[in-house]
Design a binder for this molecule. Structure first.
Ligand code: CA
Length: 230
């Protein structure tokens, strides 16, 4: 799975440079020239990381950051703020609004890529792993096995892919459209309610009735792998 990086930046030259460098490192890239556009784009496909410029026309980077954090589908997406300012006060404000890291312009592409990788590793330790885990649920990607505690869980191929996607993005809410794209692929026509059918099967397989339900249904938003609220 290729991570998608969203660049929110109004300087076209910088966007071109970042896109070139990120794509040659194997990332997928989406771009938005301002905050409004970014907030629309993230609804179509949730990025794995957002590079967010501080100085944007209309909505400021800080405001965009706050709005992204308030939305369930982007609340957990790592954000790296890009800025020309280097003052400590701004750095703190950036981190306070929920950014994960902060890069001061001018920066070298190599430096930025290193930060992107570091933040992605921290946010999604499962990205390159052979084993994914959440709570007492463990997926062995090499052996294609899933266990809940000591109990082996048997999953069909679609449920396996669904669960893998959730385990790679724990706690993140995915709409049914996003799950379709991630698990079935964009080119296949599948009805949305098919997602519900497979979610139901997955839920039944990983929750045997006495265990806690790790699939959270978020009304009108979608599904997430999460611990039940106490
Ligand atoms: Ca700018």
């Amino acid at each position: 799975m290729t991570p998608l990086i969203l660049i929110v930046e109004d300087e076209a030259d910088l966007v071109t440079l970042l896109r070139y460098n990120l794509e040659s490192e194997g990332f997928r890239v989406a771009e938005a020239g301002n905050g409004e556009e970014a907030l629309v784009l993230v609804k179509e496909e949730t990025p794995d990381l957002i590079l967010l410029d501080w100085m944007l026309p209309m909505l400021s980077g800080i405001e965009v950051c706050r709005q992204l954090r308030r939305r369930p589908e982007t609340a957990e997406v790592p954000i790296i703020m890009l800025t020309a300012r280097g003052e400590e006060g701004d750095r703190i404000r950036g981190l306070e609004c929920g950014a994960d890291d902060y890069v001061t312009k001018p920066f070298s592409p190599a430096e930025l890529i290193a930060r992107v990788r570091a933040v992605l590793r921290r946010a999604r330790p499962g990205l390159d792993a052979e084993t994914l885990a959440f709570d007492d649920l463990v997926m062995d990607l090499t052996a294609h096995r899933v266990q809940r505690g000591e109990r082996p869980v048997h999953l069909g191929p679609t449920e396996f892919k669904l669960l893998r996607h959730f385990l790679q993005h724990p706690k993140r809410v995915f709409s049914r459209e996003q799950l379709l794209d991630a698990v079935w692929g964009r080119d296949i026509y599948v009805e949305l309610r098919t997602v519900d059918v497979h979610i139901r099967r997955l839920r039944r397989a990983i929750n045997n009735g006495t265990e806690s339900d790790l699939i959270r249904t978020v009304r009108s938003a979608g599904y997430a792998l999460d611990r039940p609220q106490a």
